[in-house]
Design a protein around this ligand. Structure first.
Ligand SMILES: *Cc1c(COP(=O)(O)O)cnc(C)c1O
Length: 387
């Protein structure tokens, strides 16, 4: 039986254990401590944000962001449709209503023109949403400038879900630092991980201070435990922040390796009929968190599911591109703005094993397995594995 090749697994550097040991040695085994503070500061320096609050997950960060903006029962929140459910679940936690927006073909992210038209119309009828959540998918920034411009024009706060795009850039700046609030995830499959964790960033000191307050059970300034608001237990553990500090040391290496994975896949399989790789929009540099492609079944000779199943039998884990949220049973009945771009990307899209710890042999196995589906075993023509 060949060794399993997984989609994206944790990849520790040299320093994580040292930081964790420090936490043990000083007995800072709590959701507070020097690593939490340092992790926030170092994170800010790397991505160019002013303030950050380390929290227990990316989902918690999105939930806090909605609270900070004042999203309440009955409010509407515009949200990218092509994303993981965690982007929109917190909208429901707030008893607000998501309105999903389709992708564009260049970035696979929220189509700025659709957003503009929708906000224009909503302004006319006096029914603007309370917030917009834009997602930066699979390591690629959305086209932020026009999105931010139209949000500013109608004074709708923009939340950026950069859970998948730490280390990417948009015109030289990090996604997550453009809007009112940005959020990141350090879940086990993300580009860097603390096993579980997240970050909320903003250039507004008051918002981040309020985020910390809400994330620590909303305790008023009083020696006894007094509460005037409902809070949450959302802070990141000092032990896990230690892992995060170690991971930050290798972030740029991890981005380089994931981009290299993409280059190898694309140069090896780019000419196979029916295969098209996720484009890199010219406004930025993608981290290539996951290498994604679409399959045209006619030209390739097998559809996405046939490819996925065939690879799975060979112990190669791949995954369909996210199922758009407007097609999810749990969000049925929610308003949707757009056409069939996200739907098409879901139907034909596949994410390949993309971890920064994959070996050349792993990549070669994935590449030949995919090529063999098209060309048939043994009769592949051109040298397929190109570094
Ligand atoms: C992973 C992810 C999240 C949630 O992050 P967690 O840390 O797992 O809660 C949110 N949005 C997107 C797009 C993600 O990929």
């Amino acid at each position: 039986m060949s060794k399993p090749i997984l989609l994206s697994t944790p990849h520790m550097g040299d320093r994580e254990l040292e930081f964790v040991k420090q936490a043990f040695d000083t007995n800072w085994i709590a959701p507070i401590g020097p690593h939490v503070d340092a992790f926030e500061q170092e994170f800010c320096q790397i991505i160019g944000a002013d303030y950050a609050a380390a929290v227990s997950s990316g989902t918690a960060a999105i939930h806090l962001a909605l609270q900070l903006i004042g999203v309440e029962s009955g409010d509407e929140v515009f949200c990218s449709t092509l994303t993981f459910a965690a982007t929109a679940n917190p909208i429901i936690y707030q008893r607000a209503k998501p309105v999903f927006i389709d992708s564009d073909r260049t970035s696979w992210n929220m189509n700025p023109e659709l957003l503009q038209e929708a906000l224009e119309y909503r302004a006319c009828i006096g029914k603007l949403p309370k917030a917009v959540i834009v997602v930066h998918l699979y390591g690629q920034s959305a086209d932020i400038d026009p999105i931010l411009q139209v949000c500013n024009q109608y004074r709708v706060p923009l939340i950026e879900d950069a859970a998948e795009s730490l280390g990417a850039t948009y015109k030289g700046q990090h996604p997550g630092t453009f809007g009112c609030i940005g959020i990141y995830s350090f879940n086990g499959n993300k580009i860097i991980t603390t096993s579980g964790g997240g970050m909320l960033v903003s250039n507004n000191a008051d918002l981040v201070a309020k985020a910390r307050f809400l994330a620590t059970q909303a305790r008023d300034r009083a020696p006894h435990y007094q509460h005037s608001e409902i809070g949450y237990n959302y802070r990141l553990s000092n032990v896990l922040a230690g892992i995060g500090r170690g991971q930050l040391c290798v972030l740029s290496e991890r981005v380089a390796t994931r981009r290299r994975n993409f280059e190898i896949y694309a140069s090896s399989l780019g000419n196979v009929p029916g295969i098209e790789f996720m484009p890199e929009a010219d406004f930025g540099c993608a981290s290539r968190w996951l290498t994604c492609l679409t399959i045209d079944p006619e030209a390739f000779g097998a559809d996405r599911e046939q490819v996925r199943n065939s690879l799975s039998v060979q112990q190669i884990e791949t995954r369909p591109v996210w199922k758009p949220l407007h097609l999810q049973p749990v969000f049925s009945g929610c308003e949707y703005i757009g056409g069939t771009v996200a739907e098409d990307l879901f139907r034909r899209g596949l994410c390949l094993p993309s971890g920064s710890n994959l070996t050349n042999e792993d990549l070669e196995r994935v590449i030949s397995a995919i090529a063999a589906i098209h060309y048939g075993n043994g009769k592949s023509q051109t040298p397929l594995f190109v570094i």
